[in-house]
Design a binder for this molecule. Structure first.
Ligand SMILES: [Zn+2]
Length: 166
């Protein structure tokens, strides 16, 4: 188990486009475990490899009982649209409204190298869109529907307990 350092939004890694992973190895599986540990330690709903300084197309997400790790994730279908508050572990305690598809079909590989194709809805769909953006060097603040509505939420406030960053 290892909790990695999450880089802040002004770190150059957050603007870097990540490379496809050509081979799923034991080292990659260990890295994915570390991504989960880092996400959990920060009470996040998702995390992308670029946020911890690795320029690889790897993401993890966790919403409710669902825990998902995807290598080379790609959205192949998206439908619906919803604006909701979003936050990022690279910009702790700041939240703002972002429009995302409400339902996406994502494909990629599991950490075992198997092909994965999943239809996701709701918060999990939102988190996966946010993480794939990270792999392309895009941060949620680039997508705010209204930049005036980016706001700091006191981590001790009741509202903070309802919001999940990724
Ligand atoms: Zn993020």
């Amino acid at each position: 188990m290892a909790v990695l350092t999450v880089h802040p939004v002004d770190h150059p890694m957050l603007r870097r486009k990540a490379s496809r992973v050509s081979r799923v190895s034991a080292g990659l599986r260990t890295f994915v475990d570390d991504l989960f540990d880092t996400m959990d330690a920060n009470r996040g709903a998702g995390l992308a490899a670029t946020q911890v300084g690795r320029p690889w197309r790897v993401i993890v997400a966790s919403v409710g009982d669902e825990r998902l790790a995807l290598v080379n994730p790609e959205i192949v279908r998206a439908s619906g649209a919803e604006v909701a508050d979003e936050g990022c572990l690279s910009l702790p305690n700041w939240f703002g409204p972002v429009e995302r598809a409400t339902e996406v079909t994502v494909k990629g590989r599991s950490v075992d190298g198997a092909s994965v194709r999943r239809r996701l809805r709701g918060l999990l769909a939102r988190v996966v869109q946010h993480e794939i953006d990270h792999l392309d060097g895009i941060v949620f603040t680039d997508r705010l529907v209204d930049s005036q509505r980016l706001r700091f939420v006191d981590p001790r406030s009741p509202e903070a307990s309802r919001l999940r960053a990724s």
